[in-house]
Design a protein around this ligand. Structure first.
Ligand code: SF4
Length: 298
């Protein structure tokens, strides 16, 4: 079953900035972000102009590493908002700078009307993953400011061996916020091996799933599993969704992305799943093909 209340096919994500104020152990970009070029305002303008002209996407996501560390973010948002075309202008963020309510109100004044906020654990675990003491308190303060202002937001968590033991209480805490949806990502390292020993065995995650499902159900929230095999048995309000928005990223990113083995599955040729990411190359190297756990969808 694939179902979500947010239709990512209507979003385009543009990566505009590669600086960050966290140093997350799970970061897909890792050292790569120091080598990627920012898009630059002229190219960004051309891109936005063409999307508005073609009416190709009605929602825009501004992303990269941590866009709130980009001093020019307001200008980029204002430009996109100036057309009155985009229904949603979302930023993907670790949320720390949203603890500054004046800064948050500035972004909203510029035109941001949706936020996608990463929270990777409860306080001790989140700060250990972000490698920035105090990061969690700032992120949660940002979330509370959004709640006070009634601004829609989605939460984003990447499952790793560092937060696995906290997954149930973390989903409980996030489910108690006013988040529209909770997203939980399966880690896809952009390398052939799990060099940081972060990948969680799918079978271990499945042991948590019944409790997670009943928790989010009791809190009346959808939990969207991203980049998990689509043949796993999940039950509403937990849904599998491998779709991602159309993305504008530097060529170097896509070269590195090939390393993750996106789409690999021993049953791929026999399976009709459309948006399934299969298993990453690093997962298979670590845990094997999981022939007995996966089953092709007919
Ligand atoms: S069999 Fe493989 S491709 Fe098909 S849903 Fe399962 S993991 Fe995805």
């Amino acid at each position: 079953m694939t179902d979500t209340r947010i239709d990512l096919a209507k979003y385009m994500v543009v990566s505009i900035w590669w600086g960050c104020n966290n140093d997350c152990s799970l970061c897909m970009l890792s050292g790569l972000k120091h080598k990627l070029p920012p898009i630059g305002f002229e190219k960004y303008k051309q891109l936005i102009d063409s999307v508005v002209k073609d009416r190709s996407f009605e929602n825009l996501i501004l992303s990269g590493a941590e866009v709130t560390t980009f001093d020019d973010l307001g200008r980029y948002v204002r430009y996109a908002a100036s057309f009155g075309w985009f229904k949603k202008i979302q930023i993907q963020t670790n949320g720390r700078r949203l603890s500054d309510s004046a800064y948050l109100e500035h972004l909203i004044d510029c035109g941001v009307n949706e936020f996608f906020i990463s929270v990777h654990g409860l306080e001790d675990v989140h700060d250990a993953i972000a490698r920035r003491p105090g990061a969690y308190k700032e992120t949660l303060a940002g979330i509370h400011h959004l709640e006070d202002l009634g601004i829609p937001f989605i939460t984003n968590t990447v499952l790793t061996r560092e937060n696995y033991h906290q997954t149930v209480p973390l989903m409980t805490m996030l489910g108690q916020t006013k988040a529209m949806e909770l997203h939980l990502w399966n880690l896809f390292p952009m390398e052939a091996k799990d060099g940081k020993n972060l990948i969680v065995r799918i079978g271990d995650f499945l042991e948590l799933l019944p409790e997670i499902t009943s928790t989010v159900k009791s809190l009346d929230k959808h939990l969207i599993l991203k980049a998990f095999p689509h043949c796993l048995a999940v039950h509403p309000p937990v849904v599998l969704d491998g779709r991602v928005p159309a993305a504008v990223l530097p060529d170097r990113f896509w070269q590195e992305f090939q390393e993750c083995g996106f789409g690999t599955c021993v049953y791929r040729n026999d399976c009709r799943a459309q948006d399934c990411w299969g298993l990453s190359r690093a997962y298979i190297q670590k845990y094997g093909q999981e022939k007995n756990m996966l089953s092709p969808i007919s």
